[in-house]
Design a binder for this molecule. Structure first.
Ligand code: NDP
Length: 253
């Protein structure tokens, strides 16, 4: 984590989805171990009852707030935002990290309309609608900045190289298309929110050894998130609207 701790971590208030396991859980662990940890980390999972590792992280960490959120339950988003707003006591949200996602690798023979729509809802519609719900808090964070170089407001959408149309070698219809659409959402957000001082990027975490990535992945979850923290920690205006991998390399759309 040397690369991360060598510069001050710029995001003081963070909201992240899908923290029960995998990349989301590791993000929470590494946020907590930063040399200047965020003042408020809102980590969400579908069921606190099943999130024993996440719950154990919150013991003794007063800056970690756990909330239940199923991202498919879009009608609950405003209530979650209200809870976050109450805890923030007038501050804004610096970083919204849309991490929760599902995979469906169906081939052309296997793909169904229902499969396409399920994945689209979780991977594309939910991050967009959650972002919409958080806009007042994101805009507030941007408006409260006092020209500090290190301060910024970002939406980070966890995408994948499999979303790249230029690199597409076929199959995996639901997953590829849902994340390609998420990339489009990211680009649109970056354009629409520029005047508010809110920026957006799509990041590919690498092929990571998680339940989703499987044991064949190239990176451990620790390696992936360490690298992502370096990329996220150094985001600035020049990156707004971009698609990058865990090493910070720009990826082809
Ligand atoms: P995992 O399958 O290990 O974890 C997925 C997480 O998303 C879990 O916490 C899961 O919650 C949560 N989740 C799924 N559906 C919902 C929902 N409806 N509401 C709330 N939470 C939900 O995946 P990874 O950690 O590997 O993936 C994290 C992100 O990284 C995903 O967006 C994925 O597409 C992306 N990614 C992963 C790669 C990899 O190689 N692993 C490569 C490229 C991108 P629960 O535990 O309750 O099921």
């Amino acid at each position: 984590m040397a690369a991360v701790s060598s510069r001050p971590w710029p995001f003081k208030t963070i909201f992240i989805t899908g923290c029960n396991r995998g990349i989301g859980l590791e993000f929470v662990k590494q946020f907590l171990s930063l040399s200047n940890p965020p003042e408020h980390i809102f980590a969400t999972c579908r069921s606190l009852e099943r999130a024993s590792e996440l719950k154990s992280l919150s013991e003794g960490s007063s800056n970690l707030h756990l909330l239940e959120l199923d991202v498919n339950e879009i009608e609950t988003f405003n209530q979650v935002v209200s809870e976050v707003d109450r805890k923030l006591e007038g501050r804004g949200l610096d970083l919204l990290l849309n991490n929760a996602g599902i995979v469906d690798r169906s081939t052309l023979d296997q793909v169904t309309a229902e499969g396409m729509m399920n994945v689209y809802k979780t991977n594309t519609v939910a991050p967009l609608m959650l972002t919409k719900a958080f806009l007042p808090l994101l805009r507030r964070a941007a408006s409260q900045r006092n020209n500090e170089d290190s301060a910024k407001t970002f939406i980070v959408n966890i995408s994948t190289i499999l979303a790249s149309i230029a690199e597409n070698t076929g199959t995996m219809y639901p997953y590829r298309t849902s994340k390609a659409a998420l990339n489009m959402v990211t680009k649109s957000l970056s354009a629409d929110l520029t005047s508010d001082g809110v920026m957006a990027v799509a990041l590919h975490p690498g092929w990571v050894k998680t339940d989703m990535g499987g044991q064949g992945g190239n990176l451990t979850v620790k390696e992936s998130v360490e690298a992502l923290l370096t990329v996220i920690g150094s985001l600035d205006e020049s990156k707004n609207g971009g698609f990058f991998d865990f090493s910070g390399k720009a990826l082809p759309w």
